[in-house]
Design a protein around this ligand. Structure first.
Ligand code: GP9
Length: 426
């Protein structure tokens, strides 16, 4: 175990740690963190239309706001644990497992998650989600992550009228969550997990502000009105936050947790996107989800297009509230600092870097979509440039494999049991 830990620490020191502090370090110190886990929200609906109508008018406005930092090349990195995996990534800066849901399989492990770390800075942590506590084994895992209180299904008034699919409709969910938020001692870290925009995206007629799409996939067709409904729910929530006065004392994060439209719907999706077909690299790029950080009062917001992912959220948020990386064991970077890893590993070993996309066992040039060094010509001799590119791509691929393996070892060996962190004092 000691050797494994040593290897992890060495790897992180060499490959993950950043020397430089970002300009935004500490800008949100002492402010509440309100984190919206947006169910199934994918990037491709942002600034897009369906049947001539804008899908996400509120989010479009939010991302162009002067106080918003919008990451438009941000990838979800979940495995089979879907929403729970995305929560795991965010809280720990570790990868979920390649099979099963780590929330179920390793819910009793020791971790060093955001709630525990920010506890020393005076923050209490809460989750709001109108589903039963044992779904995804949340009740056990939330304890292990150091979350102080979980407002689950029983905290809400759920009736036949105000619910659909898996539970309370998002508009009701936010509305009923607000009195609780107002009661909390500040500063707090509150995660609100939405639910209405969930497969198969069924909606009551009266909640549909835009028409469904028309294709051979009901899932894709219904996705658009469901996303619009969530967009409206978020708009109401932000308005309410301003009215309660919590807005000025908080920063807001909106993150898509995982894809909603799987590859089973590629035919319909390629029609919607105006593409002949979804290529392997399109498939990877479809794993982009919005990551939006709204910090009232900074006035310095912008679109950030460097490659990033859910693994980076922990370090980014901690840096915003003025907590250094110290000796933390995690695999993400502060997305506001410049010296970053420069690649995002997907759970299946695929990755995206500034120059390359690696998928289906091949390396592609991100700019042109061409497979590097591939040719149908007999006796084709690979060019020197392509050879160098392949070397560079393989080098990243090795890091990705190592990183995923080390993260797995930490979880399988429950190695956080053996570490005493002293982060805030580093
Ligand atoms: C369940 C909700 C959705 O409580 O978070 O989970 P998902 O099915 O998207 O993983």
């Amino acid at each position: 175990d000691e050797n494994e830990l040593l290897e992890v620490q060495k790897y992180i020191d060499k490959n993950v740690k950043q020397d430089e502090q970002s300009d935004l370090y500490g800008v949100a110190k002492g402010k509440n963190i309100i984190f919206i886990n947006a169910e199934s929200l994918q990037q491709f609906v942002i600034n897009n239309k369906v049947n001539g109508e804008t899908v996400t008018p509120f989010l479009n406005q939010l991302i162009s706001d002067e106080d918003t930092y919008y990451f438009d090349n941000f990838y979800e990195q979940t495995g089979q644990g879907n929403t729970s995996d995305s929560e795991f990534l965010v809280e720990n800066g570790l990868y979920p497992l390649d099979r099963g849901a780590v929330f179920f399989t390793h819910g009793a492990n020791a971790y060093h998650a955001i709630p525990e770390i920010i506890d020393d800075a005076g923050y209490e942590s809460y989750v709001f989600h109108s589903n039963n506590k044992s779904f995804w084994n949340r009740d056990q895992m939330y304890d292990s992550l150091g979350i102080d209180y979980f407002y689950g299904e029983e905290a809400y008034e759920v009736t036949e009228d105000n619910s659909i699919g898996w539970g309370l409709k998002d508009k009701q969910f936010f509305e009923q969550s607000i009195p609780y938020l107002q009661m909390l001692e500040q500063p707090f870290y509150a995660k609100l997990i939405t639910l209405t925009n969930h497969f198969p995206f069924d909606m009551d007629k009266e909640d549909m502000s835009i028409e469904a799409y028309s294709s051979n996939s009901d899932t894709l067709n219904n996705y658009f009105p469901a996303v619009r409904y969530m967009d409206e729910a978020l708009e109401d929530f932000f308005e309410e936050m301003k009215e309660t006065g919590l807005y000025d004392h908080s920063i807001f994060v909106v993150m898509g947790d995982h894809i909603g439209i799987s590859a089973n719907h590629n035919e319909a999706l390629s029609m919607y996107l105006g593409k002949e077909a979804i290529t392997p690299i399109d498939q990877v790029e479809l794993q982009r989800v919005p990551f939006i950080v709204h910090i009232p009062g900074t006035g310095n917001g912008r679109v950030i297009s460097e490659v990033s992912g859910q693994i980076d959220v922990k370090r980014t948020l901690l840096s915003l509230i003025g907590i250094e990386a110290g000796d933390d064991i995690q695999f993400g970077n502060d997305l506001f600092a410049n010296d970053r890893k420069g690649y995002v590993a997907l759970r299946n070993g695929d990755f995206i870097s500034k120059d390359f996309i690696y998928t289906t066992g091949a390396c592609y040039l991100r700019e042109t979509g061409e497979q590097i060094g591939a040719s149908d010509v007999e006796d084709y001799v690979i060019s020197e440039t392509d050879n160098k590119r392949l070397d560079a791509c393989n080098e990243i691929s090795e890091k990705v494999t190592t990183e995923l393996r080390l993260s797995d070892e930490l979880i399988y060996g429950d190695l956080f049991r053996f570490i005493n962190f002293d982060i805030t004092k580093s």
